[in-house]
Every structure is written in structure tokens, then in C-alpha cells.
Design a protein around this ligand. Structure first.
Ligand code: 5GP
Ligand code: MG
Length: 177
């Protein structure tokens, strides 16, 4: 499939993704039963994963949103925060917080978010990410909950974009150079 000027090939199917989302939800249902949970969905990429995940939860989470952008339109992690939104207004003190991410690559964004969100003094703070690139990861804390470990390649779909396109895809595709 073509997005802008690049070709992408099938990588994770809709059913593989949906099965994984359910199995993550199952884990969370055991660990967070009877807790006051706040999901912080990290825009833009995590909105679809957040929506699917929360509808499989057996508890009633609150959802809040924050935005951190690093990438611009490039296909490589820039390790620079370009835009931050919503972190000042989080209301999470004393709550069990789950940060919901689409993907953790170098871990730079996750480390930044963890430090910022910790300032609001949640009772607990964990990350749940659909995708994780272990070979690219240089962060301090690996995510507590993870869907797929993937190679260090560029993927799109299921919320993830290439230059703002492809987020609506139900599957995940990988860049084919
Ligand atoms: P980090 O390197 O800080 O862990 O990841 C920064 C951000 O880069 C992620 O939140 C995500 O928005 C973006 N990113 C990392 N890898 C990919 C990828 O394979 N595809 C897409 N579309 N975005 C990615
Ligand atoms: Mg992201």
C-alpha cells in the first residue's frame, strides 16, 4: 500500500491486534480490579488503542489526554520534544495512573512523560504500550505492559501515522524501503 511517497507492507493484522488488545485488557483487569484508575492517552497516536482497550476493561477508568510530539514528519526518532499539551491540567493525585502509548521506540518520550506525570503525585504510574522496539530502546524504564515487541522498523496504521496519514487503518503496516 502506498502512503504519500512510500510503500508499506502488511505487518500485524486486524485480528492479531484485537486479540492482543484483549489479552492486555485481561492483564489489567486482574491488576487494577477495585482501583481508581486513570488512563492518560498520549495523543495523537494512542487514541485508537485507548478506545479499543478501555472497552475491554472490567473496571471503570477515567480517561484524560496529553500530547507530546517529537517526530514531525520524519521516520526517525528526533529525541527532541517539539510540542507538549495537557500535562499541566492532569488531575491524578492519589490515583492509579496508566499511561497509554501506541509505540515506545527509543524511550525518550516515555521517560519525559513519566517524569512530568510523576510530578502530579499519582498513587502509582505504569505504561501500557501496544508496540515496543526493544533494540531501539535506551530509556530508563521499560513499559510495564506491552502488546508486541517489534524490530526497529517504521510502522503505520491503528493510530500511527506517516506524515499524518494512515492512522485510520485497522491493521499495522511496515515501511518497505
Ligand atoms: P521515542 O523514540 O521517544 O520512544 O518515540 C517517539 C515517538 O515516535 C512515538 O511516540 C511515536 O509517535 C513515534 N514513533 C516511533 N516509532 C514509530 C514508528 O515506527 N511509526 C510511527 N508512525 N511513529 C513512530
Ligand atoms: Mg506517540
Amino acid at each position: 500500500m502506498q502512503i504519500h511517497d512510500k510503500t508499506f507492507l502488511p505487518f500485524l493484522s486486524e485480528s492479531e491486534i484485537q486479540e492482543k488488545v484483549q489479552s492486555i485488557a485481561k492483564q489489567l483487569n486482574t491488576e487494577y480490579e477495585n482501583k481508581e484508575v486513570i488512563l492518560i492517552s498520549v495523543l495523537n497516536g494512542a487514541f485508537i488503542f485507548t478506545a479499543d482497550l478501555m472497552r475491554h476493561l472490567a473496571f471503570q477508568p477515567e480517561v484524560q489526554f496529553a500530547k507530546v510530539s517529537t517526530y514531525g514528519n520524519a521516520m526517525n526518532s528526533t529525541q527532541k520534544i517539539r510540542e507538549v499539551w495537557g500535562l499541566e491540567n492532569l488531575s491524578i493525585e492519589g490515583k492509579d495512573v496508566l499511561i497509554v502509548e501506541d509505540i515506545i521506540d527509543t524511550g525518550f518520550t516515555a521517560d519525559f512523560l513519566r517524569a512530568e506525570i510523576q510530578k502530579h503525585r499519582p498513587a502509582s504510574l505504569s505504561f501500557v504500550t501496544l508496540l515496543f522496539k526493544p533494540d531501539a530502546f535506551q530509556g530508563q524504564y521499560p513499559p510495564e505492559y506491552m502488546g508486541f515487541s517489534i524490530p526497529t522498523e517504521f510502522v503505520v496504521g491503528y493510530g500511527l501515522d506517516y506524515a499524518q496519514k494512515g492512522r485510520e487503518l485497522r491493521e499495522i503496516l511496515v515501511y518497505h524501503p
